[in-house]
Design a protein around this ligand. Structure first.
Ligand code: PEP
Ligand code: MG
Length: 590
């Protein structure tokens, strides 16, 4: 039966495919397609893994039988019996075989896919005791996966999106293998999301997350349709269901009828045509009708994204979120050499164009490690995040500063400091940068000149610009956080997403003042939050005087199209009027 789920649109376009439900805790298994000739070997790998665990349980059962009731309580024997039964359950084995044979999933993927199917059945059971056996099932799956790790896999490179063979037409004809896959999860961390850059998935759906949560931001940078905040999505959608993601409307259609499929298939092709038309603007300079030259920069997460930025027509990187290199490393942070090589790769990838490296901004919805989410603090977004963490960890910070300074010997580098609010933080940061230079001098290591900028993303910063303009060479407005902190809206919380308003008069006032004061002092100001890549905000930002925008490379051409149609002379008057409105959003055409 067809039904739809409403969430938040985060990455545009239409994706049509089969659902792959993945529990957040199981995202670390590899997802790749095998060759038909490898089916047998993969089935055997799961069987061997399972047999190894059955054997292990048997041994335990035997040793328990020799113990007294004190050392081995009755419950333990019962539990092992349950595990043994679950392991040998035919439905599990048949299901795994189906995913491997019919869908060509690799062994680990097949096993976790079937786990989701069976776990759902447990969830639906009336009987409390049986329902709770889901945890046992998860435990034994984990053990089989562990046992399989010892058995080598015929490793195949995961298919990249571009390499997928199926078209929408194939999809309708061939309903077995080689159809696009849509990842459905309760939650995905930004680091998980990044891991999917080269993945098999054609779209994402998550239950939680706001439009400017970092998970959504990474989804947007992947440029594949995604919907977050779908609430019960992962419970309502079943493994292998056909789903349509409408990333523009934030709607997910489950089990669509043939008519709906055809309609969305048409929409999908229209979108592709529109993108094709935009591509013609690649080499057109970003100049407004009245001759204002606009700088279009890229936001990147990894050094190798630089190539994509140049190909998309960016004239530099306005925000390199360096923290992605620090995440998911189980506490082992990148050393100076590793960071230096990564920054140098980004600098060289930009072929002489400037690269703005933001110093590490972990915390809140970007934990260093997914496994250690910050539950200890009630408001992690207000906690030890970004520059606060860097200043609290000077050794880590100095390591990063030295790496950035060294990379600056290889091209134009700008350094950007996140989340500053206090003059004392500015002074401390500047003195650590000086200290990093002295350390490099003492070691006789070469480094280059850097311009130093501050992110304006806390209202306190926007209200004390005088101090910032005294110390910094340039400013970059982080509208994602500026909105979050001005309106007291957690940007990652879908339940307050409707209150997250980039056009709130208070937000517009802070943006307008920052641009105006920067200009008055001759200091460049850019916007690097999601507003910069939102075409519905382009004219307004131009009207407020903005001349430098930094966004996901995929949005550059659409924003350029808006710029080519804009007359900043006319827009300035309109924007000034808008600043005086109670509800400016009513006057901005979406
Ligand atoms: C912002 O806050 O607008 C910004 C660009 O930084 P981030 O999204 O990484 O917090
Ligand atoms: Mg920010």
């Amino acid at each position: 039966m067809t039904f739809s789920i409403h969430g938040l649109p985060v990455a545009r376009g239409i994706a049509i495919g089969r659902a792959v439900l993945v529990a957040s805790s199981r995202l670390d298994v590899a997802h790749y397609f095998i060759e038909p000739s490898q089916v047998e070997a993969e089935i055997n790998r799961v069987r061997d893994g399972r047999d190894a665990v059955v054997e292990e349980i048997h041994r335990l059962q035997e040793s328990i039988a020799q113990m007294g009731p004190k050392e081995a309580p009755h419950e333990m024997a019962a539990l092992l019996e349950v595990h043994s039964m679950l392991l040998q359950d035919d439905e599990l084995a048949q299901g795994v075989k189906h995913w491997i044979k019919d869908r060509l999933y690799n062994a680990e993927w097949a096993l976790t896919s079937q786990l989701e199917v069976v776990a759902r059945q447990f969830d639906e059971m009336e009987d409390d005791y049986l329902r709770e056996r889901k945890a046992d099932l998860e435990q034994i799956t984990e053990r089989v996966l562990r046992a399989m790790r010892g058995v080598s896999s015929p490793l195949i490179q995961p298919l990249g999106r571009g390499e997928r063979k199926s078209s929408q037409q194939d999809l309708l004809l061939d309903d077995t293998v080689d159809v696009p896959l849509i990842l459905v999860a309760h939650d995905l961390s930004p680091a998980d999301m990044l891991q999917f850059k080269q993945s098999v998935f054609a779209g994402f759906i998550t239950d939680v997350g706001g439009k400017t949560s970092h998970t959504a931001i990474v989804a947007r940078s992947l440029d594949i349709p995604a919907v977050v905040g779908a609430r019960l999505g992962s419970q309502l959608i079943r493994q292998d269901d056909w789903v349509i993601i409408d990333g523009d409307a934030g709607v997910v259609v489950v089990d669509p009828s043939a008519i709906i499929l055809a309609e969305y298939g048409f929409k999908q092709r229209q979108g592709e045509l529109a993108r094709g038309r935009l591509a013609r603007l690649l080499h057109t300079p970003a100049v407004t009708l009245d001759g204002q030259k606009i700088e279009l920069l890229a936001n990147i997460e990894m050094p190798d994204d630089a190539v994509g930025a140049v190909n998309a027509g960016a004239v530099g990187v306005g925000l390199f979120r360096s923290e992605f290199m620090f995440m998911g490393r189980h506490g082992k942070l990148p050393n100076e050499e590793e960071q230096f090589l990564a920054y140098r790769r980004a600098v060289e990838g930009m072929q002489g164009l400037p690269v703005t490296i933001r110093t590490v901004d972990v915390g809140a919805d970007k934990p260093l490690d997914d496994t250690v989410r910050d539950n200890a603090h009630l408001n992690p977004a207000l906690g030890l995040r970004a520059i606060r963490w860097s200043l609290a960890e000077p050794t880590m910070f100095l390591t990063q500063l030295r790496a950035i300074l060294r990379a600056a010997a290889f091209g134009q580098v700008r350094m950007l400091i996140p989340m500053l609010a206090h003059a004392s933080q500015i002074r401390q940061t500047m003195s650590l940068i000086d200290h990093a230079r002295v350390q490099l001098d003492n070691r006789g290591v070469a480094y280059g000149p850097v311009q130093i900028g501050a992110m304006i993303e806390i209202p306190a910063a926007a209200l004390t610009l005088r101090v910032f303009l005294k110390y910094f060479d340039f400013l970059s407005i982080g509208t994602n956080d500026l909105i979050q902190y001005t309106l007291a809206i957690d940007r990652a919380d879908e339940s307050v997403a409707h209150l997250y308003d980039p056009l709130h008069p208070a937000v517009l006032r802070l943006i307008a003042d920052t641009i105006a004061q920067g200009q008055a002092q001759g200091k460049p100001v850019s916007v690097c939050g999601e507003m910069a890549g939102d075409v519905t905000c382009t004219k307004l930002l131009l009207g407020l005087g903005l001349r430098s925008f930094s966004m996901h490379p995929t949005q550059i051409l659409a924003v350029k199209q808006e710029i080519l149609r804009a007359d900043t002379g006319k827009l300035a008057g309109w924007a000034t009027q808008l600043l005086a409105e109670d509800e400016p959003a009513l006057r901005v055409v979406k």
